[in-house]
Design a protein around this ligand. Structure first.
Ligand code: CO
Length: 134
């Protein structure tokens, strides 16, 4: 069921500084910022040869990552994202085994214009885990 690692997401206190670091110091391909109001974040994608890094910064007052950045003021790894072929099928199978899906349980459109959902970190060894239908 589980597919490729699509990205590792890092919450960053300064999005411009983080983007410049990956682009100018590390020589990576770095996207323009994209606002995702439905998710309360601004994202920048860094492409490396075998995966992507998603730089996350809060957008708006009720951002789900604002609290994370309060607890991790230097930033930190926020979630991992794996690809799946059939996100609703994957969800149904995992929920039947007792895993919890955040929110209302319905996939939402994520940063790549594809359906995503998040598994509760307490059910995933402390790691917030995103599934994306690839
Ligand atoms: Co993500």
């Amino acid at each position: 069921m589980i597919g490729r690692l699509n990205h590792v997401a890092i919450a960053v206190p300064d999005l411009d500084a983080a983007a410049a670091r990956y682009r100018d110091l590390l020589g990576a391909e770095v996207s323009e910022p994209v606002d995702l109001p439905e998710h309360g974040v601004t994202t920048i994608f860094v492409t490396v040869p075998n995966t992507k890094i998603e730089l996350l910064h809060p957008l708006g007052n009720a951002s789900p990552i604002a609290g994370f950045l309060e607890r991790h003021q230097a930033g930190g790894i926020h979630h991992l994202c794996y690809e799946v072929d059939d996100i609703r099928g994957a969800r149904d199978r995992l929920v039947a085994e007792g895993l919890r899906v955040l929110g209302d349980g319905e996939p939402k459109i994520g940063a790549h214009g594809k359906p995503v959902l998040f598994l509760h970190p307490k059910d995933m060894d402390g790691v917030l885990t995103e599934l994306e239908e690839a």
